[in-house]
Design a protein around this ligand. Sequence first.
Ligand SMILES: NC(=O)c1ccc[n+]([C@@H]2O[C@H](COP(=O)([O-])OP(=O)(O)OC[C@H]3O[C@@H](n4cnc5c(N)ncnc54)[C@H](O)[C@@H]3O)[C@@H](O)[C@H]2O)c1
Length: 322
Amino acid sequence: MKILVTGSAGFIGFHLCLELLSKNHIVFGLDNLNKYYSRNYKLYRTNLLNKHKNFKFIKQDLRNINELKRKLNKIDVKAVYHLASQPGIMYSFKNPNQYLSNNILATKNLIQIYKSTNIEKFYFSSSSSVYGNKRKFPIKENYKLNPLNYYAETKKKCENLLIKGFKGNKIDLKIFRPFTVYGPFGRPDMLFLSYFNSIKRNSVFNLYNYGNYVRDFTYVKDVANILTLFLNVPKSKDKVFNICSSKPIRIKKFIHLINENYKRKVKLNYLPTRKGEMLRTYGSNYKLKKKIKFNKFTSIKQGIKNTLKWYLKFKNKNNLNI
Ligand SMILES: NC(=O)c1ccc[n+]([C@@H]2O[C@H](COP(=O)([O-])OP(=O)(O)OC[C@H]3O[C@@H](n4cnc5c(N)ncnc54)[C@H](O)[C@@H]3O)[C@@H](O)[C@H]2O)c1
């Protein structure tokens, strides 16, 4: 099948493209290679994808509707995975405009382009952050949404735009809400790489909520696998699915597990909670597992081992400033 993946140079998009290519799909990866974090790192991922004969990279900004339309009209895809976005929670307080344009405007443009075409599937990556703080766990898809930051706010808005925009259309729309994704080739602004960067620079590592935030860490290859499996699911009314391992742990425990595998440590700086961050993310994957045959989530211990192995190899081989 011919498939478009937006955000292909990003962390999850890169892994999703690899998984789709391994299943012999023809993949068009689109990304504007923005500088939210190292462009060289995004290029590095893109170069790895370019080694596959069934991969074609399109450098394009989703906000530029005319150019976008022209380029996308040339490729006759059957499915779209829309993963490109401006991520990050704390940055959303500093620069909300990036979220308005890269999340909302970009999604509006894709709806406009695809609502009158023959694509069969449109898959959107929302986020677990749309739920906000909850009292009852695990969090189910039908729980009330209560975004605590501008990033989550724009994800919620995109979900609604997509539901409205593709209403009455043949397209099979799915909205995925991934929970803290980690693994090889991760984002430098997320826990794993930022922790290792602190070790490398011998600087202190800030641990907010005194290390007591709870996160439902989900291994990136599981996420890519799950997203790919949806291609075989017949169209249905169900639209929203959590993607999570449903095995939450405290951040300080996660760090402890990293330290068990990596002998170098860093000094931890314990700090209170920060505005906009959820205290506990712990999702239900019941609905997901009922829909697709996927039961074997990677354990946190194995996931950390794999990520560390990748990091040590990657760090020694590349001089990327990430
Ligand atoms: N990583 C996680 O833990 C996590 C959790 C929940 C949801 N998500 C969502 O999953 C998706 C992928 O996340 P990620 O961690 O891979 O992020 P990422 O930042 O690594 O990847 C996003 C990619 O989108 C590209 N992009 C941004 N704006 C663009 C635009 N206007 N035009 C074209 N390309 C653009 C960026 O250059 C980047 O390569 C995002 O939508 C994110 O919000 C991620």
